[in-house]
Design a protein around this ligand. Structure first.
Ligand SMILES: [Mg+2]
Length: 128
């Protein structure tokens, strides 16, 4: 059995080298890493929604602070920051939670995109 940390690191290296990512693998690795780091699998859907929203709020705060879209933080601090980083946090948390709930995010996303293709312009006239 392989070491889960090395499995995740190997996935990250290959993804960065190839410049692409498989959503199903990403979901699996985000879930594994979250569990390894002590983030639970005993969560309620309302807790998940609140924590996803906290990342959305962090993205809004980064915007309010005037950070450029692709600001990736202070290299000396090593922690990526800014809107891109917070959007990444949203995806990472979403992948974790989909793993907890047994949702195949790739399948759900493709199903939703397939449906969205059939919808009218601005979904029938919505303002935003
Ligand atoms: Mg964040």
């Amino acid at each position: 059995m392989s070491d889960p940390v090395n499995t995740v690191l190997g996935f990250l290296l290959v993804s960065e080298e190839e410049g692409r990512m498989d959503l199903r693998q990403l979901q699996s690795h985000c879930y594994d890493l979250a569990i390894m780091k002590g983030w639970g699998s005993e969560m309620t859907v309302p807790e998940m929604c609140a924590l996803l929203h906290s990342e959305v709020s962090e993205a809004l705060e980064a915007y309010r602070d005037g950070l450029p879209i692709n600001f990736n933080g202070d290299a000396a601090k090593e922690k990526p920051e800014g809107i891109a980083s917070e959007f990444a946090d949203i995806l990472i948390r979403l992948c974790h939670y989909c793993g907890v709930l047994g949702i195949d995010l790739e399948v759900a996303t493709l199903q939703k995109l397939r449906y969205n293709v059939t919808r009218p312009h601005r979904h029938g006239g919505k303002k935003c």
